[in-house]
Each structure stands twice: as C-alpha cells, then as structure tokens.
Write a protein of this length. Structure first.
Length: 407
C-alpha cells in the first residue's frame, strides 16, 4: 500500500518543470512588450499588461524552493516566504482581473462604472494581501517548510484561513479571466495571431484552475483526515509552470508571429521581383549601388524603384497590338484572365527588349505605362514560365500573320 501511495508523486517527479523556464519566457514577453509599455504609458491597458508580466516574473522568482529558503534565512523568520509568495500570487490574480476589465471596457470607456470596477478590484485584492500578512502574524508556524507548507499547516489556526484565502482569491481571478478570454477568442473579426494568442492565454488560465484545484483538494483532504499531499507538492508546481509558459506564449505569439509574418512577406515580395529585376538590370547594363546593413523593406523598395525606373521608358514603346493578341492567345491556351494579363505583359516586354516591337520616338497607341508599373510582381512571376511565354508569343505571331494574309 505504501508503494501505491507513493506512485503518483514518483510519477509526477519525472515531469518536473523548473520554475526558471517560465521565468525566462515571461521575461522575454516583458522585454517584447516593454517598448510599447514605455511609449504608451498613459494607456491603462499597457500598464495592466506590464504589471501582470512583472508580477508573474516575481512569482516564479520568489516561489522557487531555493529563493524561499534564502528569504527565510535573510529575515530570520521561519516561513517568512509564505505570506510573501501568497501576496505575490494574490497581486498577480488582481492584475489578471485588472487586465481583463481594462481589455473588456476598451480604451474609449472612461465611464464611472468602468473606473469603479477597476477600483473595486484594487481594493478587494489589496485587502486580501493585508489580511494575508495579518493572519501570518497571528499564526504559529515555527517549523520551516519549503515545499509542502500548504498541507503541513492545513490544520493550523490562522494559517489555515490564510491558505484558504489566497487559494479562493486566486481561483476566482483565474475563473473569471479564463472565461472572458475564451469568449473573446471566439468572437469574429480577430486577427489570426491575436486569436491564437488569446487561446494560449485561455489555456494558461485554465491550467491555473487545475493548480488551484489541486492545492485546494489537498488542503480539504487534510481537513477530512485524508492524505493527498502529492496533489499540492508534486502536481501543482509543474501545472503552474506549464500554465505560465502558455501565458507567456500567449503574449509573445501575436507580436512575434506578426513580426515574422511581415518579414516573410517582405522577403517573398523581394524574391518574386527577382526575374524582372535581373531582366531590367541586364537591359540597362548596370546595377544599383550596394548598401551595407540595408533592411528588408529598404531592399524591396530599392528593387521596386529600379524596376519601375527601367520599365517607364520601355513601356512607352511596347507594341500594344502584340499585347492584345498575346492576351487573347493566353486565354485560348487556358490561362485565367489575371495570369493572361501578366503573361501578355511579359511577352510585350521581352519583345521590346529583343527589338521586335515597333520602336518609335512617340508612345505606342493605347500604351498604358501606369498599368504596367502596377503589375510588376505578377509580371515577374510570369517570367518564370518561359515555356508558356514562348507558346503565347508563337500563337500571337501566328494570328498576326493570318490576319495579314486575309487582308
């Protein structure tokens, strides 16, 4: 029976997650948000996010077993870290509610009801923190407990009330926050990165409820004469770490995901212009000056500018008749209209560069340089398919010869 009783704790010990892992991720999330927090300090939402991340980091720093023992030694008070950790967890719970209330009300909401809700959250959770310290001063807790204080003192007068108070305050905050975040995550019109970030936040706060339930179940079991200490000592800590990791990822994902998406989009646009850029560069017989440390946006802008500058004089002399016949030929060969236009423009550009188009000092009748310059990305993509361009050009030439013979 003893072996069976130890089995859950031994099993969970294999899945231990160091508190420093969520601390590092929360610090990264705080670092990512910090410039916006400083720049928009008057924004109550940004202050709430900053406060929540800072308190979350503090919780995992001061609740590690090594830091608990160190704080007890520094103060000379056995279990001094208990009210400190409980206060940080309670403050974090209040910060969660402040964030969700501010989020839900919106930046434009300055109503008396909104301000009253924020003040009420601050008053309630500040009162809980004061009560935690008062109860600790009244409790008799002479034996230092690093990992199992909640269950060891579950039956101790005043400490029992303190443990129950912080668990209830934490559970209520997590329940309300989780529900509101999940509701928001399933509303229409959200950016995909924000939606996934909210889902991660919701999952993190849902896991916090498991942490809270594990602690509370172990404490209640003590009151009833049972022994489920492994729920508090072995299950709750890794659940809390995993919850913090998900919360940190929920804050990081919308920013990191959007940043990476924007970088990928710029680099893809730069690469897609490669064929047309190299064609215009060869035709011009010169390149563009190389700039050290150019940003992806700057390289894309320079490539677009070079292509348009090279195309502008050429576009005035493109054979529009060839373009029209090429467009019809592309449709006959089964290409959709947008692709047919790009392929026809590519045929006209190549013909002009080959010297096969009518090259007069005046613009070709019906030429539209503006339309051509707008479609440089589609034209560059079309240039990758030289087989299609050759087939379209051959069919367009055949149509011209046939029309000439008929005439």
């Amino acid at each position: 029976m003893t072996g069976l009783a130890l089995e859950p704790s031994a099993f969970l010990d294999r899945f231990y997650i160091s508190f420093w892992i969520p601390t590092a991720l929360l610090t990264v999330a705080l670092a990512i948000k910090l410039p916006s927090i400083i720049r928009l300090w008057r924004d109550p939402l940004m202050r709430a996010v900053g406060g929540l991340l800072l308190l979350a980091c503090a919780v995992f720093v001061f609740c590690t077993p090594s830091m608990i023992a160190r704080m007890n030694r520094l103060t000379g008070v056995p279990n001094f870290s208990a009210p400190l950790c409980y206060s940080l967890i309670t403050a974090l719970s209040g910060a969660c509610l402040l964030l969700i209330v501010t989020w839900r009300n919106g930046l434009a909401d300055r109503s008396a009801a909104g301000r009253h809700a924020l003040r009420r959250v601050v008053r309630v959770y500040s009162g809980v923190i004061v009560a935690l310290w008062a109860l600790f001063l009244l409790a008799d807790v002479p034996v230092e407990r690093i990992r199992d204080l909640d269950t060891y003192y579950a039956d101790t007068l005043f400490m029992r009330e303190e443990i129950l108070l912080y668990l209830v305050a934490h559970g209520v905050a997590c329940l309300v926050t989780s529900r509101l975040i999940w509701n928001w995550a399933h509303t229409d019109g959200l950016d995909a990165w924000l939606r996934w970030g909210l889902k991660l936040l919701g999952a993190g706060y849902a896991l916090n409820l498991i942490f809270n339930g594990s602690k509370l179940t172990a404490v209640v079991a003590h009151w009833c004469g049972g022994d489920l200490d492994w729920l508090s000592t072995n299950l709750a800590p890794p659940v809390a770490s995993l919850a913090a990791i998900l919360v940190a990822a929920g804050f990081i994902l919308p920013h990191a995901g959007q940043y990476l998406h924007d970088r990928w989009r710029v680099r893809l646009a730069h690469r897609e212009l490669g064929r047309l850029y190299r064609l215009m560069r060869a035709a011009a017989g010169e390149g563009v000056p190389f700039v050290l440390r150019a940003t992806p946006e700057l390289r894309l802008t320079r490539r677009e500018t070079f292509i348009r500058d090279a195309l502008l004089p050429l576009a005035r002399h493109i054979d529009t008749g060839l373009g029209s016949r090429s467009y019809d030929a592309a449709l006959v060969l089964g290409h959709p209209p947008e692709r047919a236009r790009a392929l026809a423009a590519a045929v006209g550009i190549l013909a002009a560069l080959d010297g096969n188009a009518a090259r007069s000092p005046d613009p070709a009748p019906g030429s539209d340089p503006t339309s051509l310059l707008r479609e440089i990305t589609a034209i560059s993509r079309a240039l990758r398919h030289r087989t299609d361009i050759t087939a379209i050009r051959a069919l367009a030439t055949l149509e011209k010869d046939t029309a000439a013979r008929v005439a």
